[in-house]
Design a protein. Structure first.
Length: 261
């Protein structure tokens, strides 16, 4: 008598070991996570947000984050925008989160804050509003402020990035993190850098690396006491890391974000 157990459904042995290991370790691929509907958020206007899943980029990471589909607070300075967001319980996207958000939208698979799939036509509209070269101008602030340190006794200046800003009780904007910005592209490219390579291979802070290929995305490198924004108009799209934080423009807004609850 043959006592061998046989599965009722044929099993493909390919990658069976990796599947078993994933089950034991509780790990999943990014693709598996994108296909599984996430738990809904508890906020009342959750359908207006997209869930950006938890990401780990070396020493930089963030939890599941709700990211607004549309820009708000047009015409405000970088400082005032932070204050308005904080009053709402929101925050500004870091450059790295912005890159991850673009990459998520470009997959054509994303979920809103209610845990429902977002229609691909809506996702196409979002990415066009961010990156497509056309009128009208569209621009958004990003949570990065740059600081140059050093330059004494023959020591070359080093660039630092401040991010994860919060607003204290006195209304002062304070960085949650300050870290040296290495490696990064230290010269302007007008034009341009390869947008696909930037989205695929940005540094942990979202900044283009020194060896990035030439392309159509214009780039202004980080400058002391300046901040970051992304812009697209009828001529070009660009990542600008040299913006004055006291500037404002009626076409410049922010994509509000908050930790998913």
């Amino acid at each position: 008598m043959d006592n061998t157990y046989r599965p009722l459904v044929p099993v493909n042995p390919k990658d069976l070991d990796s599947v078993a290991l994933a089950l034991l370790n509780g790990t999943q691929s990014d693709e598996d996570k994108r296909d599984r509907p996430p738990a809904p958020s508890a906020i009342p206007n959750r359908e207006q947000y997209i869930i950006l899943p938890t990401k780990i980029h070396g020493k930089y990471s963030y939890p599941d984050t709700l990211v607004a589909m549309d820009l708000t607070h047009l015409g405000k300075t970088w400082y005032d925008t932070h204050k308005l967001l904080a009053a709402e319980g929101n925050k500004m996207l870091t450059i790295c989160q912005f890159v991850d958000f673009i990459n998520l939208i470009k997959t054509g698979r994303a979920f809103n804050g209610a845990g429902n799939p977002v229609d691909k036509r809506r996702l196409d509209t979002i990415i066009d509003n961010i990156m497509k070269v056309r009128n009208p101008v569209r621009a958004e602030w990003l949570d990065a402020k740059f600081e140059s340190r050093g330059g004494f006794a023959g020591v070359r200046n080093k660039m630092y990035i401040n991010y994860n800003h919060t607003v204290d009780a006195a209304g002062n904007i304070k960085p949650g993190k300050t870290e040296q910005l290495e490696p990064y592209l230290k010269s302007d490219k007008k034009p341009g850098i390869n947008v696909k390579q930037w989205l695929r291979d940005a540094s942990i802070y979202g900044i283009p690396k020194p060896n990035i290929a030439t392309g159509d995305l214009w780039y202004w490198h980080p400058r002391n006491d300046k901040v970051a924004w992304f812009d697209a108009d009828s001529v070009r799209a660009f990542l600008y890391c040299g913006r004055n934080p006291t500037n404002s423009d009626t076409r410049l807004g922010v994509r509000a974000a908050r930790e998913k609850i």
